[in-house]
Unconditional design. Structure first.
Length: 184
């Protein structure tokens, strides 16, 4: 088996499993120490698909959909920056911090807000009126969510989905979704 074939199979295996010990790679591909070092170097430095953990484990950091990270990924991410719903400080962190792109585990609170009575309003109003009303509602939701440190992730019809790292701030944002505020 050529080194390139070993590399392709190692990438596929690492992508599937997420983590592999160096011993597993040596055993799976019958590698000596020099060949293992070449494989590690290619995966970590050459392809930038993995990172070393404690000197004995490779951890997958590449794209989950393909075996190779595209060279234009950072430029594409900047071109598609979600500026409308994501606070500027968070966009900057995402675009400049590799660890933010690699992901992290943390507890979050999800807030789903729905506009009560919107179906009846939609039936009684024209299409343009409903669209304008929903746009205003989602704009106000976004302002409230961002004011309390959250991120408006998605709007679905008359609903909105937001993430918060602090449950109390999610509750505060939910309180800001009260009808009196929307009526202004």
């Amino acid at each position: 088996m050529t080194f390139e074939e070993i590399l392709d199979q190692a990438i596929a295996m690492l992508q599937r499993r997420g983590r592999l010990t160096y011993g597993t790679l040596k055993r799976q591909f019958q590698l000596d120490d020099a060949a293992l070092e070449d494989l590690k170097n290619e995966l970590i430095e050459g392809q930038r698909l993995a990172v070393d953990e404690r000197g004995n484990v490779l951890v997958w950091t590449g794209d989950t959909a393909s075996g190779a990270a595209p060279a234009t990924a950072p430029a594409l991410a900047q071109a598609q920056a979600p500026l409308t719903y994501t606070p500027a400080y968070l966009v900057e962190k995402i675009l400049t911090t590799r660890s933010a792109l690699e992901g992290e585990r943390k507890q979050v609170t999800v807030l789903f807000a729905d506009l009560k009575g919107s179906t009846a309003i939609a039936e009684a109003s024209g299409d343009i009126t409903v669209r304008a009303m929903l746009k205003r509602y989602h704009d106000l939701c976004g302002v409230s969510v961002r004011a309390h440190g959250g991120t408006l992730v998605k709007t679905i019809g008359d609903g909105s989905l937001s993430h918060f790292t602090d449950a109390l701030n999610a509750c505060r944002a939910a309180a800001d979704h009260r009808p009196a505020r929307f009526a202004r």
